[in-house]
Ligand binder design. Structure first.
Ligand SMILES: [Zn+2]
Length: 94
């Protein structure tokens, strides 16, 4: 079923300490990390105009990422539209 919205608040956490995380909602809660390392749970709302918001407690930059059309988002997914290229400059190339 599709989520109607309004009832449940998405609660985000950043256990890995990443500088930024994608979030599937413009309004959500942040607790920083899993207890007991969590910070006071706060409500963040980036509004309609903005596409990102920074948590004042843990400094995580949350970037809105629409979930529509996405298959199964996994951790470490490339940025939207990015090619899955992992080529690295080869040292010693002629
Ligand atoms: Zn936070």
């Amino acid at each position: 079923m599709m989520a109607a919205g309004g009832a449940a608040l998405l609660l985000m956490q950043n256990d890995e300490g990443k500088p930024s995380l994608p979030v599937a909602a413009r309004a959500f809660g942040c607790r920083g990390a899993s207890p007991p390392h969590d910070h006071p749970h706060i409500y963040l709302n980036m509004g309609k105009a903005a596409g990102e918001i920074r948590c004042p407690y843990c400094g995580t930059l949350y970037i809105y990422e629409s979930a529509e059309g996405a298959g199964a988002p996994t951790a470490g997914a490339p940025e939207d539209g990015a090619e899955p290229s992992t080529k690295l400059p080869t040292a010693g190339e002629p």
